[in-house]
Design a protein around this ligand. Structure first.
Ligand SMILES: Cc1cc2nc3c(=O)[nH]c(=O)nc-3n(C[C@H](O)[C@H](O)[C@H](O)COP(=O)(O)O)c2cc1C
Length: 305
């Protein structure tokens, strides 16, 4: 039996629901000898900013039980470099790409989106949830429903491209923030970015990360991320791209059953570059075995009696 894995995120059509997460897959090029990129549902690029950023002082990564802490600090070459080089590469691929952007204030986000709109990119993900950069605000946009609404509304007016908003798990009520993004015109939300954490070297008594705190990712966060996807799905009409510790087809299926339309693979790429494809193949097998013709029929089917 053939099964249909295709899903839609806003206007973006994906041939399967398994994408790779921002910051864990470069812009695809770095993985092309290891992974058949056309098998991926989509590639979410490393977040780009208006100006080049050097990132945080090292060390930027610390291993933890069942996960990792990172405080990269959005190191990237900046918008101009991206548009002149990386975007050409991404446009040459058969797999759609989603361009992740971050700014220090609303104006930055607007400038980034305006420029990308001129270049007719297929989709933009507003990263309003990076825990590792200092901005003018004391908190992230995604930690405040009103700030999320105001930013997304402003950006929405500047582009017709598919607009995805990536949210932070470091909040009390994810439903409130996700709804603010939807009400402001987001066509999908990505859930979740990393959880703020810290690790200390007991010999030196210094933090293991140069930035002191970092973002926790990997299997350690899966039940937390899954709970947030489940909660957000109870209030949203727009699609959710679920992520956080997905390592296996079963993990991915849990997110879809909880209400995600698509899933994204992050930390797993560092362990096994083929993770996304293996997960996609496993999901396909599950659908065949359970005689489910279309992935959409599985979405949000969690049984609560
Ligand atoms: C090393 C590293 C770098 C990351 N960089 C970004 C980034 O630039 N932009 C972003 O939106 N998320 C970034 N993330 C967060 C991931 O995209 C993802 O949301 C998060 O890690 C949870 O998924 P996972 O547990 O499968 O890794 C990064 C994560 C890691 C581990």
């Amino acid at each position: 039996m053939g099964v249909d894995l295709a899903v839609k995120i806003g206007k973006l059509k994906l041939k399967n629901p398994v994408m790779v997460s921002s910051g864990t897959f470069g812009c695809g090029q770095q993985y092309e000898e290891l992974v058949d990129l056309k098998e991926l549902g989509a590639i979410v690029t490393k977040t780009i900013t208006l100006q080049k950023r050097e990132g945080n002082k090292p060390p930027r990564i610390a291993e933890t039980y069942a996960g990792m802490l990172n405080a990269i600090g959005l190191e990237n070459e900046g918008l101009n470099y991206f548009c002149e080089t990386t975007l050409k590469y991404l446009n040459s691929l058969k797999t759609p790409s989603i361009i992740s952007v971050a700014g220090k204030d609303e104006n930055d986000y607007c400038k980034l989106v305006k420029e990308l709109d001129k270049l007719k990119v297929k989709a933009v993900e507003l990263n309003i949830s990076c825990p590792n950069v200092k901005s003018k605000k004391k908190y992230m946009f995604s930690q405040d429903a009103q700030a999320t609404y105001k930013l997304v509304s402003r950006v929405r007016k500047l582009t017709k491209t598919t607009l995805i908003v990536k949210l932070s798990p470091n909040v009390t009520d994810i439903k409130e923030i996700a709804k603010a993004a939807e009400d402001a015109g987001a066509e999908a939300v990505s859930l979740v970015n990393t959880f703020l954490g810290i690790a200390i070297d007991v010999n030196s008594r210094k933090p293991k990360l140069g930035n002191i705190t970092g973002g926790l990712s990997g299997p350690a966060i899966k039940p937390l991320a899954l709970r947030m996807v489940y909660e957000a799905a109870s209030v949203l009409k727009i699609p959710i791209i679920g992520q956080g510790g997905i390592m296996s087809p079963e993990d991915g299926l849990e997110f879809i059953i909880a209400g995600a339309t698509a899933i994204s693979i992050g930390t797993a790429n560092f362990i096994e570059p083929q993770s996304a494809i293996l997960i996609k193949n496993g999901i396909e097998k599950y659908l065949v075995k359970n005689k489910i013709k279309n992935i959409k029929l599985l979405r949000g089917t969690i049984k609560i009696s």
